[in-house]
Design a protein around this ligand. Structure first.
Ligand code: ADP
Length: 154
């Protein structure tokens, strides 16, 4: 049976830190599905369809990577896509506290599901989507943090 992992996140925007988790995930799994979770009642900074296209473009050369969007429980979404694993990145203890509780909940919703955590590569640890949004909002060029180029303002 193929080992399929869902890498869920807001990816607002998808960063070099996220790219690193996907590429390292490919050493563990046959397929990695990047799942952009978006709550239709919450406004994003970067539109979800635009981000989907940019992530697809990033992994053009990797047929084992696909990108989906979802507005549902992550654990249910994993089940839908036959993913038995959730892939997440850990930067620091704050991430750990949060990830620990959501991993328990996801397991409760879908007991087949295992969450696999990869510790961030040190040079990428300071990158966060929140900081990138803030820099971008005030007109700073953020392309050095992204695995693709943003040509237009969102
Ligand atoms: P969420 O809103 O679900 O936390 P994010 O898009 O912020 O979604 O992050 C998705 C996943 O990527 C999370 O597991 C997060 O810890 C991880 N992540 C975020 N930034 C980095 C980074 N620089 N290096 C490694 N993992 C990261």
């Amino acid at each position: 049976m193929k080992r399929v992992a869902l890498f869920p996140g807001s990816f607002d925007p998808f960063t070099k830190g996220h790219e690193d988790i996907v590429l390292r995930g490919l050493r563990l799994f046959d397929e990695v599905i990047v799942g952009i979770g978006h709550n239709s009642t919450k406004k994003r900074y970067f539109p979800v369809e635009m981000m989907k296209q940019l992530i697809e473009q990033t992994f053009e050369a990797y047929p084992a990577v696909s990108v989906v969007t979802y507005d549902d429980l992550t654990a249910k979404t994993a089940f839908e896509f036959n993913a038995r694993f959730l892939l997440r990145g850990l930067r620091n203890t704050t991430d750990f506290e949060y990830e620990n509780s959501i991993a328990q909940v996801n397991r409760h919703v879908n007991e087949e599901l295992e969450t696999v955590f990869l510790i961030t590569s040190p040079h990428l640890a300071p990158i966060s989507s929140t900081i990138i949004r803030e820099l971008h909002k005030y007109g700073h060029d953020v392309n050095e943090f992204l695995p693709y180029q943003l040509t237009t303002l969102a």
